[in-house]
Design a protein around this ligand. Sequence first.
Ligand code: DP6
Length: 324
Amino acid sequence: MTTTTAVAHPNIAFIKYWGNRDDVLRLPANGSISMNLDGLETRTSAEFDPQLGEDEFTLQGVVQIGTAAERVSDHLNLLRNMAGVAWKARIVSENNFPIGAGIASSASAFAALTVAAAAALGLELAERALSILARRGSGSASRSVPEGFVEWFVASRDEDSFAFSIAPPSHWPLIDLIAIVNAGPKKVSSAEGNVLARTSPLQAARVADAPRRLNLCRRAILEKNFTALAEIVEEDTRLMHAVMMTSQPSLTYWEPETLELMRIIPEWRAGGLPTAYTIDAGPNVHCLSLEESAQEVERRLREFPAVSQILRARPGLGAKIVPG
Ligand code: DP6
């Protein structure tokens, strides 16, 4: 059988996905908006082999067993069912960014896996169908399928909850400077955290208010209004982390330096430096900035002893097949 290779970028959510209305189908509690991160990528090859007894999943050169391998096999089962075959697969996946550095690797992982495996099975699927399938593997992966700035629809049916591009990467050359304050693996995965979201009394209010935040964020992107984007992105981050902290059991992903940056970044902005923070399910701080402000933001971030590394990303393309 032929081997097919796909590349996908992780994405940073501006309006966060946190919590599901259906945990099995990964139908989100609210819509979300993100930007793909160029420069950071997952490259995944898929080969289906009728002679193979079990799926084999190799990540960064290491054969995986346990939960990671099961999650990949479960995802392949969806694709095998669509194609009407039972063949097992060899999956080989590499990230060019540090795993465990707190960059959402499940988004690029399941987007690349979906696109590579669908092509290897000869399934000719449109972007929308690929986004729906990627969502079943990891919610945020639905947003790594289309290009650039992406919105993922909230919906009550599997076939209606997909992501689509609201603007191409060239629309607005935003820069994401990812300040790594703790490179260790997170204690509670997003998959586990998403299931806990509904235990917070604040989640219902966060979800009910999501259409307002989505509208403000979409408009800020389309109008390239950095101040408007900064304000809504930071507000949305604080709302998600408030839900995490008030879940049962409660989740606190921040380190002291995370909070320090959350305090100082709006001060830098008030002083005339366009930058804004956003934080996923981890302690690391994504500092959004413009081309003209990125160098100064990076210089200031480097003054923090706890910032061990800074990754830089521009708006990225969607997931695609590449030569093997
Ligand atoms: C905090 O997509 O990683 O990054 O669907 O369970 O795999 P699963 O979760 P995942 O959750 C991402 C949560 C987030 C916010 C976001 O990317 O929208």
